[in-house]
Design a binder for this molecule. Structure first.
Ligand SMILES: Nc1ncnc2c1ncn2[C@@H]1O[C@H](COP(=O)(O)OP(=O)(O)OP(=O)(O)O)[C@@H](O)[C@H]1O
Ligand SMILES: [Mg+2]
Length: 312
C-alpha cells in the first residue's frame, strides 16, 4: 500500500470539487485524521433512532460577488431519517451541489445549523468536521475523484487506512469484489473505464460502512447503460448496508428510485415529499415542484413531475 505521502495526496484528491472551499475542506480532512483528532478531542455521540440522521435548520449560503451579495441557499430546512433514500432535484444552478456540500460538512453555511448523525457540524471547526465526515460519511462524485497514483485496491483502502482501521487490505479486497472488480485490484484509474472507475469510487464510499452516503450526479459522466448499472449497484449496496442515501440527480429514473424527492429552485426547497412514479406526494404541497408556482388543491396533493421537466 502507498505510504503516508501518497495517502496525503490521496485524500486531497478525493475532495477536489467545483468550489475551492469544498476542496480545501476535504484536503484538510486528511490533516485531521492523521493527527487523530477523531475520538480524542471531538465529542461525538450517536443519536437515538427516533432522531433524524441528518437535519438542517434555516440554512443560508451567501457569497460576495462584484455585483453584490449572491444568495445560493435561502432558509433551507430539512430532516432525513436513518435509512431514507432522498433525491435532490432542480435545474442547473439551483444550489443542489452547494446544499449537498453543506449537509455533508464539506462547506459551511453563512447561517443556520446542520446536524449529522448527532454531531452539530456547524459548531465544529474544519478539523472537527473532517473527523465527523471520516467516521460517518461516504461520497460519490460525478467525476469519480480517484487518486491517479494509487491502484483500485489502494484507492478503496484509503479511507480505512486514514482512520486506522485494521485489516484494511482484506476489507477493501472484499469491497472491490462486491462491485465486480475483484480482478482489477492492481489497475490504476487510467487503466479503468469510466464505469469501472465509478464502481471503485462506490466501493471506496461504502467500505467504511458510513451512516450517510452522499452522491452528486453519480452517473453524470457515464453513458446511459453504464450509468444504469452504476445506479443499480449504488442502490443494491445501499440496501445491504442500510445506509441513508442523499443523491443529487438530473435523472428522473434515479430520483424515482428514491423514497423521497426534494426539489430545490433558486436556493429554496420548493417541494419535498415521498416520490412514486415521478410524482412528489406531499400533504399540503403548496407549490408546483418545477415552477414553484402556487398550486390549488387537488393538484397540491400530488404534483406531477414530468420527466422532461426534471432535466435542466
Ligand atoms: N463559491 C461560489 N462563488 C460564487 N458563486 C457560487 C459559488 N458556488 C456556487 N455558486 C453559484 O451558486 C449557484 C448554485 O451552484 P450549485 O453548484 O450548487 O448548483 P447546482 O444546482 O449543483 O447546479 P448543476 O446542476 O449545474 O450542478 C450557481 O449559480 C453557482 O454559480
Ligand atoms: Mg451541481
Amino acid at each position: 500500500m502507498a505510504g503516508a505521502a501518497s495517502a496525503d495526496a490521496g485524500l486531497a484528491c478525493i475532495g477536489v470539487l467545483a468550489t475551492s472551499a469544498v476542496s480545501q475542506a476535504v484536503e484538510r480532512q486528511n490533516n485531521a485524521l492523521s493527527s487523530r483528532v477523531l475520538t480524542a478531542s471531538n465529542p461525538e455521540r450517536d443519536m437515538s433512532i427516533a432522531e433524524p440522521v441528518l437535519k438542517a435548520e434555516q440554512i443560508t449560503k451567501q457569497v460576495s460577488s462584484p455585483e453584490g451579495t449572491l444568495t445560493i441557499l435561502a432558509d433551507v430546512n430539512l430532516a432525513i431519517a436513518a435509512g431514507e433514500t432522498a433525491a435532490i432535484v432542480g435545474t442547473s444552478g439551483a444550489g443542489k451541489s452547494t446544499l449537498l456540500a453543506v449537509l455533508a460538512g464539506l462547506d459551511e453555511p453563512s447561517s443556520g445549523r446542520v446536524w449529522l448523525n448527532g454531531n452539530e457540524l456547524t459548531s465544529l471547526n474544519e478539523d472537527g468536521r473532517a473527523a465527523v465526515r471520516a467516521r460517518h460519511v461516504g461520497f460519490v462524485f460525478q467525476s469519480f475523484h480517484l487518486v491517479p497514483s494509487l491502484t483500485a485496491l489502494e484507492n478503496v483502502m484509503l479511507p480505512l487506512e486514514l482512520t486506522g482501521q485494521p485489516n484494511a487490505r482484506k476489507t477493501a479486497t472484499d469491497a472491490l469484489a462486491s462491485v465486480g472488480l475483484g480482478t482489477r485490484r492492481t489497475h490504476y484509474p487510467r487503466q479503468l473505464s469510466g464505469g469501472e472507475q465509478q464502481r471503485v469510487a462506490i466501493a471506496r464510499a461504502f467500505v467504511s460502512r458510513p451512516a450517510l452516503l452522499f452522491a452528486d450526479e453519480p452517473t453524470g459522466n457515464l453513458d446511459t447503460t453504464t450509468g444504469a448499472r452504476v445506479i443499480e449497484l449504488l442502490f443494491e449496496l445501499n440496501r445491504a448496508a442500510q445506509t441513508t442515501l442523499v443523491v443529487v440527480t438530473h435523472d428522473l429514473s434515479v430520483a424515482q428510485r428514491c423514497g423521497r424527492m426534494i426539489r430545490i429552485e433558486a436556493g429554496r426547497i420548493v417541494a419535498d415529499g415521498l416520490s412514486a412514479d415521478g410524482r412528489i406526494l406531499a400533504e399540503g404541497l403548496a407549490a408546483d415542484p418545477v415552477t414553484a408556482a402556487p398550486l390549488a388543491p387537488p393538484q397540491a396533493a400530488a404534483a406531477r413531475l414530468e420527466p422532461e421537466r426534471v432535466k435542466s
